[in-house]
Every structure is written in C-alpha cells, then in structure tokens.
Design a protein around this ligand. Structure first.
Ligand code: URP
Ligand code: ZN
Ligand code: ZN
Ligand code: ZN
Length: 475
C-alpha cells in the first residue's frame, strides 16, 4: 500500500484535554483530527511525541496588537511579531482587540485591522471589537450585523480618557449586546477616582512609575467591578470581567454568580507573579511593569491563585500589551519620566503565559493538567464561540496541538520570545515546562523555539455565539 491513512500522525504522546489525560496517537488529515487511538497506521508524516504532553494549542483571548496608544507611542508588536511570539509560547489562536476610535464606525475599524493582519499571522486570530463611541448606528445597526458575521464579542472600558464609557453608555451598549447576542468584556476601574489620585500624586511631586500603582488602588477596581456587574444585571446580559488583580474584585464576581448572573472572570500572569514593588525599581526600570490594573501584593497573588484553583476565574490570559522600554515610542519618553501619567499602560506576555502557569501552577501542585488546559485553551474557545473547532483534542476538531516538554528547564530571557518589545517583565525567571513543537491545522509550524513555516499561515476565525449567550450558566 502506498496510500497513507493520514497526512500526519502524532505518535507516542500523552494527550491532555480539559477532561482527560491518556496515551494515544492522533491521526490528522486535511488539518483536522480524524482519529485518536493506540498504534495508528502509517502516515505521510510522523511526529514523535514520546515523553511529551500533547495539548490543545493555547488560545490567548486577551492580547493587544498594533493598537493606537496615544501621541508618540507605538505598540511594539504588529501582527507578525505578536503572533510569532504567541506561537513560540505554545499558542495557536490569539484574540486581539480591534479598536474603534472616536468618530469611526466599527466597519472602518475592522477594515484597518484586517488590512494589518492579512497575510502576516503565524497563528489563527479573531477580533474583539472595542466600542469607544456607542452611537445609535453602532448599537442599532453595526453590532447586530457584525454579530451575524462572527464578531460575537465586544470590550468596553470604564477607564482611560477617550476610551471610557459613562454608565449610561455602558448600559446602552450592554443592552444592545443583549439584542445582538454578543458577550461583553469589561475593563473595570473607576476613572474619576484614578484621575483624582493622579492629580494628587503629581501635586505632591510623586511622579515616579511606582505611583501608577498607588493611583489605581484596589477600591477603584472593586467599585467598578461591582458597578459593571450591576449594570449587566439591570439589562440581564452576560459579561466577562477581565484582568482581575485582587480578592475584593473576585468577591464581587462570586457574589454576582450567587445572584445567578452569567459571567466569566479572567486573571493574568502579572497578578500571579509580579507585585507593585516591581514598579519601584531604580532608574525608571519600574516603568517596565506599568499595566492596568497594576500588580498588587503577595496577598492579592495568593487570592488570584486560589481563584484559578476554585473556579472564580474561567480564563487565564496574557493581556499582552507590548511597548518598548526605550524610546522611540516606548515607556521611557521625556514625558513618561516627568510623570507616570504618560507611561503607556501594558506589558508583553503572550509568549510566557503558558510556561508561567505550568511552572508555578502545575509543577507546584496548585492546579492539575486538566485545569491547565481549561484555563489556557478550552474555556477561551467555549466563551468566545470557537468550541469544539478549537480548544480541545477530539475527532473533528482543528489539529491545533502544542507538544509540551514538562521537564524542560528554562530561564526566561527576552531574546527567546520573538516579540517586538525590548524587554520582558519576567527576565531571569526560572521555569520548568516549555512548548517544543506546535501544529496549526495539522502543519508543524514551530519547533524548538523557531517558526518552521513562514508567516501568513494564520487565518481569521469568524466565531459562533458564546456558550454563556447560548444559555449555559458557566463554561
Ligand atoms: O495595561 C494594560 N492592561 N493595557 C492594555 C489595555 C487594557 O486595559 O487591557
Ligand atoms: Zn507508507
Ligand atoms: Zn483592559
Ligand atoms: Zn487588555
């Protein structure tokens, strides 16, 4: 026989899904998983997974790529470098934001982002729309039309001048999302309180990066989280509380769940392994850790870990939002050194997301392998309408696979991460466990830290409705 049963067989690995851990081979044809079993037949290509974990490719549903970020500031990643970094970190799908700038329609924003992404991606992608200008046209026409075309999620901000929506605008947007059956991600921080505190810090001469953290206190996040959940309750629509940094905001999520609200919660690596003290480093180095909400303290880290273990959080995402440290366009500008107010908010992290959770979470026994896969892949697919095409290893699913060496020890260093930033906040961190091979729709696209095939293999993914919108009460 010369005809092979499969295009590719991944042989000898340990398959890990959100539900199971078992030994089997995976047969792949035309980019899809077509068989799972012991001793599958010959294939045109065999990929040896002996000693490796075979997991669904990571899905990072919270990344910022090529997002306009203010005068003189340039995001460090375009779609090529951002998705390359994602791939090196074991991801096969990322979900960047498509920012509607004031005065633009959502269609205009989409046109720009699709043009930037087209032909440049190493992973599959799909956009969340950021609504910054909820005009009657946006709410009444564009949101329902775009939802039907597979743009089934939007994000709104309660903070950042130019982006933040007032409560009446948030309510109108949530109500429109209910009608269009889109899920809404909410950035919860009280902008008025923060602006007041920024003014106070500057008046007192406290302009160093550390005061980014003191001007965005836990109470400002907790209050906004409570308000967002209340607004969602008023119009009875599901929301996602993103990048939660502390116990008090988590308690708001838990209380809303007890009231019966359909919600999802997300935390990020920076809230597990960084603290506000990192913003206090000498020589303006603290600016490397400026993101919002800011990293807190040890107690908050422990709380976020417990939320990953006990289900307060459904999602663990990077909030990759890369800026160079050095000028041009980065954090260390003249203005940024005059006041933290001007330091762009965000840190890179799409490549280090999985290793940090594996090393600090699985290896320490805080979470098991199934939970690791749920938090890094499966739940993202379910929440954002990609399941079971993505997010699991099953017959009929896309053959997006990350082959993971659970014993590989690495010292995180910026040179290995493939992104456009000139630093990583995790430089020097020692981790155990690293992705060694990645398949995207059946093709080997990454091996030993190097993309094997060129950019442009990533596709744009239209999405179905969220599981939460389809009546599930949880993921
Ligand atoms: O500091 C952050 N997180 N910047 C990215 C934008 C956002 O709020 O998600
Ligand atoms: Zn043969
Ligand atoms: Zn945000
Ligand atoms: Zn973000």
């Amino acid at each position: 026989m010369t005809a092979h049963s499969f295009d590719t067989v991944v042989r000898g690995g340990t398959i890990v899904t959100a539900a199971d851990v078992y030994q089997a081979d995976i047969g792949i044809t035309d980019g899809k998983i077509v068989a799972i079993g012991r001793d599958l037949q010959e294939a045109a290509t065999t990929i040896d997974a002996t000693g490796l974990l075979v997991m669904p490719g990571g899905i990072d549903s919270h990344v910022h790529i090529a997002q306009p970020s203010g005068e003189g500031i340039v995001m460090a990643d375009d779609f090529e470098s951002g998705t390359r970094s994602a791939l090196l970190g074991g991801n096969t799908t990322v979900m960047p934001f498509c920012l509607q700038q004031k005065g633009d329609t959502l269609r205009e924003a989409l046109k720009k982002y699709h043009a930037l992404a087209e032909g440049n991606c190493f992973t599959d992608i799909s956009f969340h729309m950021i609504v910054s200008d909820p005009t009657p046209h946006v709410l009444g026409q564009e949101m329902p039309a775009l939802a039907e075309e597979g743009y089934t999620s939007i994000k709104v901000f309660m903070t950042y001048e130019g982006l933040r929506l007032r409560d009446d605008e948030i309510l109108a947007t949530l109500d429109a999302a209910k009608r269009s059956r889109q899920v809404v991600l909410v950035h919860c921080e009280n902008e008025d309180a923060i602006r007041y505190l920024i003014g106070r810090r500057e008046a007192d001469g406290d302009t160093a990066p550390y005061h980014h953290a003191t001007s965005r206190p836990i109470a400002a996040e907790r209050e906004a989280t409570h308000r967002a959940l209340s607004l969602a309750e008023i119009v009875d629509t599901p929301i996602v509380i993103v990048h939660v940094s502390n116990r008090e905001a988590m308690e708001e999520i838990s209380r809303a769940r007890l009231r019966g609200q359909k919600i999802a919660g997300e935390t990020c690596p920076q809230y597990l392994v960084l603290t506000a003290d990192d913003l206090d480093l000498e020589d303006f180095e603290g600016a490397k850790f400026v993101c919002s909400p800011p990293p807190r303290d040890k107690e908050s880290q422990d709380a976020c870990w417990s939320g990953l273990e006990n289900g307060v959080f459904d999602l663990y995402s990077s909030d990759h939002c890369p800026f160079r440290f050095d000028d041009p366009g980065g954090k260390k500008t003249e203005k940024g050194m005059q006041s933290f107010r001007w330091i762009p908010n965000g840190i890179p992290g799409v490549a280090t997301r999985l290793p940090i959770l594996f090393s600090e979470g699985v290896k320490t026994g805080r979470i098991d392998l199934n939970r690791f896969v749920a938090l890094t892949s499966t739940n993202h697919a379910k929440l954002y309408g990609l399941y079971p095409q993505k997010g699991t290893i099953a017959v009929g699913s896309d053959a997006d696979l990350t082959l993971w060496d659970p014993e590989l020890r690495k010292t995180i260093t910026n040179d290995d991460l493939g992104h456009g930033a000139d630093y990583t906040p995790y430089e020097g961190m020692e981790v155990t466990g690293w992705p060694v091979k990645v398949l995207l729709r059946g093709d080997l696209v990454m091996e030993k830290g190097v993309p094997v095939l060129g950019k442009g293999r990533g596709r744009y993914l239209p999405r179905k409705r969220s599981n939460l919108i389809n009546g599930e009460t949880s993921l």
